[in-house]
Design a protein around this ligand. Structure first.
Ligand SMILES: [Zn+2]
Length: 489
């Protein structure tokens, strides 16, 4: 498997100087063009936030007396300490890289089966993806509350390791979901709980997009998730991404083999790939400077005495917004066709992954943050961070409301051995426990508080529409510089 850089550098980039070209680091927009296109839309987001007053609602909800909620949180803590902390450590000590998380899936799904959940492994054609369903004894006719859990490890020269703390994600979700199930049972609340086991967060193609495309998440009224981070924070309401919009594209050049001593009978796919790679470098000055394009040539022929029949160039193409990203990608596709034409080869273009701006809901972010304060989460950043979806692809966040919970769980940065060390000690264990407690508080409030559900629904539908408007405004803003090639207009 490729050792590609993760498309989702977790949350490490939010505070990193990589985004130094953004003077307004808490806005979802990066360039002057994007900020100009977003101006009216951001004003509408501000107006929406004033009307919904997420901070006020969050303080009321988190600060209220509710013995039943407190009982659910206390059970969450108990389940975490009695079982899930060890389960997190076990997965942490048995790391498996993306798409090969077989032991993790076996272990995690057996825990669900023991508790009577219906488990389906291998959903959406992905061997290590699963969906588990628990139906209330009071019936399924109620809310469907979804929990997302990941379990893939990173890999470096020393082998696989859980340097992004994905080992804890599903155990956190279990502590919360099992406590919520007990509450639904004793209160006679109808509805369903679903755990979505999503593999391979760290590499493309994006598993959550594949799962979303076949409708896996469609029946969820709410999705919750957590991720290990270096500070307790919440993101500003709006849309954006921690790590730029990304297209993952594989260009496969196909030629004709021949012995190199009679190479004129062949057509050299490697030369086509090298021409293409060089063409892309020649295009960099034609692109806006925020474009970030990195590629590798994972296949370039079999033997030096045979004209290479097949060569592959694999690119991550990134830009702060998806509209200009399309322009960059189209010009790169043309460059690949040009390289093929020049060398008498053909090229197949496979866009195997897309990561997009996600939606961040103030209603849920502020609620998580208020509970983080109530539950004494450590290292709280008082300032809201750049808007970012609750999952790395953005695709699911556009359609389904949700929240990613961020509680300090490591003194080392994401994707480091330091973060791995903290996954097994008091720093990680405390952060994970509080994440589960916040998760239960939010799910409980969502179930029992119609005013929260209504505010979340209104915010989701409004932001999703505004995101479309933003893209339309960007298309107008870029009209003069993108579009058909010169001479074809
Ligand atoms: Zn991660």
């Amino acid at each position: 498997m490729r050792t590609v850089i993760t498309p989702y550098l977790a949350f490490a980039l939010i505070a990193a100087p990589t985004l130094a070209f953004s003077p307004s680091h808490t806005a979802g927009q990066t360039t002057d063009t994007e900020r100009a296109a977003a101006r009216e839309i951001l004003a509408e987001i501000d107006a929406l936030q004033s009307r919904l007053d997420p901070t006020g609602m969050a303080q009321r909800l988190a600060g209220r007396m509710d013995a039943e909620r407190d009982a659910v949180v206390a059970r969450t803590t108990e389940i975490w300490e009695a079982e899930m902390r060890d389960l997190s450590d076990f997965i942490g000590r048995n790391p498996e890289i993306a798409w090969e998380e077989f032991l993790a899936v076996d272990t995690l799904t057996s825990v669900l089966r023991e508790r009577g959940w219906d488990v389906e492994v291998g959903v959406a054609g992905l061997e290590t993806a699963f969906v588990a369903t628990w139906t209330s004894p009071a019936g399924a006719d109620g809310l469907t509350l979804g929990f997302i859990g990941e379990y893939d490890a990173l890999r470096d020269a020393d082998g696989p390791f859980h340097g992004d703390q994905h080992n804890a994600q599903t155990p956190i979700v279990y502590a919360s979901a099992f406590a919520i199930a007990e509450y639904m049972e004793r209160s006679g609340t109808p509805g369903q709980l679903k755990v979505y086991g999503t593999p391979a967060e760290e590499v493309g193609p994006p598993a959550k997009v594949i799962m979303h495309d076949v409708g896996i998440f469609d029946d969820a009224d709410l999705l919750v998730r957590s991720h290990g981070v270096t500070e307790t924070s919440r993101s500003r309401a709006g849309f954006g991404s921690c790590c730029l919009n990304i297209n993952e594209v594989k260009y496969t050049f196909l030629g004709r083999p021949s012995h190199q001593m009679a190479s004129w009978f062949g057509r050299n796919a490697l030369e086509a790939a090298v021409h293409f790679y060089t063409l892309v470098d020649g295009l960099r000055s034609t692109f806006r400077p925020e474009a970030s394009i990195q590629g590798v040539i994972p296949e370039g022929g079999e033997a030096p005495n045979v004209v290479p029949q097949r060569a592959v160039v694999d690119y991550y193409i990134r830009y702060p917004d998806p509209v200009y990203l399309e322009h960059v990608t189209r010009m790169m596709d043309d460059a690949a066709r040009g390289a093929a034409l020049a060398t008498g080869t053909t090229v197949e273009i496979d866009r195997y992954g897309e990561y997009r701006d996600g939606i961040s809901l103030g209603t849920l972010q502020e609620l998580a943050f208020a509970y983080a304060g109530e539950l004494d989460a450590p290292r709280i950043n008082p300032e809201p961070t750049r808007p970012s979806g609750y999952e790395e692809t953005g695709a699911v966040t556009k359609d389904i409301p949700g929240i990613g919970i961020s509680v300090f769980s490591s003194r080392g940065a994401n994707h480091t051995r330091g973060m791995l060390d903290d996954t097994f000690n008091e720093v990680g264990h405390t952060g994970f426990r509080i994440s589960a407690e916040i998760m239960s508080s939010i799910v409980y409030d969502f179930m029992t508080r119609p005013e929260l559900r209504n505010a979340v629904a209104e915010e989701q539908v409004t932001l999703s529409g505004l995101l479309d408007e933003y893209h339309e405004a960007l298309r107008e803003a870029y009209a003069a510089e993108v579009g058909a090639p010169i001479g074809q207009r």
